[in-house]
Ligand binder design. Sequence first.
Ligand code: FMN
Length: 143
Amino acid sequence: MKKVNIIYWSGTGNTEAMANAIAEGAKIDEVEVSLLAVNQASADHVVNSDVLALGCPSMGQEVLEEAEMEPFVESIESVVKGKKLALFGSYGWGDGEWMRNWVERMENCGAQLIDDEGLMANNEPDDEAITNCKELGEKLAKA
Ligand SMILES: Cc1cc2nc3c(=O)[nH]c(=O)nc-3n(C[C@H](O)[C@H](O)[C@H](O)COP(=O)(O)O)c2cc1C
């Protein structure tokens, strides 16, 4: 079975809501979907996935959350080469700089970005954002 692993960090639930909708969209026949908060995930979940989605909001000043997500992303940089990968996350007042940087970083590691802009939602995902998340999930399932 194709394995789609979704790993995320979320402080106030907005990126988590995106992750849930992505997982829902990815659940089609012949696809095994795992949804994990980053503190439950290890590099093995990356290595053992056919398709990977990583989610994190814009934190600090346009960076990944620094206690859990940033160290995790750093730990998988050496194993994402050739991996089919999608990035997603919620943001507040910025212009998406954290996501542009994150996409570039993963591309530089050799990951194969499924959606080369990353999927962003402003604050709590609205209906349109949730639909976009479900569609991304379907794309992951078929990637
Ligand atoms: C400490 C902190 C720093 C933040 N820094 C940024 C930022 O640099 N740019 C931005 O657009 N939003 C920033 N935000 C807003 C969050 O990205 C936004 O609230 C997001 O919806 C949180 O997602 P979550 O519910 O998954 O934690 C920040 C929020 C917090 C709490």
